[in-house]
Design a protein around this ligand. Sequence first.
Ligand code: AMP
Length: 401
Amino acid sequence: MKILVINSGSSSIKYQLLDMDTESVLVTGLVERIGEAGGVLTATTYPGTGKEKLTRLETTIPDHSTGMKLLIKQISDQQDGVIRDASEIDAVGHRVVHGGESFQQPALITDEVVDAIKANVPLAPLHNPANLDGIRVARQLFAGVPQVAVFDTAFHQSMPPSAFLYALPYELYEKDRIRRYGFHGTSHKYVAFESARILSKPLAECNLITIHLGNGCSMTAVQNGRSVETSLGMTPLEGLIMGTRCGDIDPALHAILHRSRGMDIEEIDAMLNRESGLKGVCGMNDMRDIHAARQQGDRLAKLAFDMFVHRIRKYIGAYFAVLGRVDALVFTAGIGENDREVRKAALAGLENLGIILDHEANGRRPGDWLRISAPESKVELLVVRTNEELEIARQTVEVLG
Ligand code: AMP
């Protein structure tokens, strides 16, 4: 069964074609700069096989429809493509950022589902419209092919009200659905599933703390296989310190900045999302640059690193209390998978929680996964490479039965 996974952004379409009989990736690609100057498609055919073929095509891409046609042409190209034509694609899986409370599971896309995604636009004004663009165009170009929406928020719909509500006037929840939703659900779900497999335990019996550290960062407390608490909130701003996002702050800050600096809401919102986090503290948002600067003795780079790690440790403690029993801590995404320094600092001195790191293992490069706990550690420590596209393809197959 061949599944095309689409992650449609405002000016880009990320795509992957997977053969789900073997769970192998046939093509992975990116259409960029849609509606801007310098449109470009880059793709790798048969990635990771040692027989990769690279494609790079620079052309004007005025809209998503042109972008989607371009990627269909790339995967079905006579010479370099992997299928003869688009009819070989059995289904399309779409990443959708915000499913609100409407979607606890992935959904087969119908007009009603599209309307429900539209209804959630106020909750994700940047992301859902771009996701809808991808869905609209794919439904036109793949008429008759089943399409499935997979939501970033769905995994966290199992959180209880005590975890998902803000302590605000209750009618804000009843009338405006103001509450915590959580994000990165596809990644947390994928690594939870893989961890259960590594632990040789049914997922429904696993208690895990999954730690997604990429450009965006979030942690999830997984109890008996289900998300019961997560660090991102109503929007992807709450919780951990991120590349450019602040994470937890005192909400009174808005009023203070307004009064003291005359900043308006839009300016404050932009600052908290784009000029804060690691970048706000030290001017850099890539952890590799921060390490290089720390080694040169850069004081603010060191401070940004210490703050980033401190916040993770605070949440580890909190999620131990939420879960009671923890089988494993699982690191994933760009920093979680690659950064031994962050893992080491985040886990240091937690022996009383049953956490003992194997420093030698922590220094190894992970393949699909890596165990980094010492044999005497009560809690397993894992690094699991996330794979959101595969998870979307798996969920698409599941929906189609
Ligand atoms: P992601 O959003 O999962 O693609 O993660 C992107 C982030 O991961 C980058 O901004 C970097 O901060 C971080 N990253 C990627 N590779 C490494 C690495 N080898 N060491 C440390 N951080 C890394």
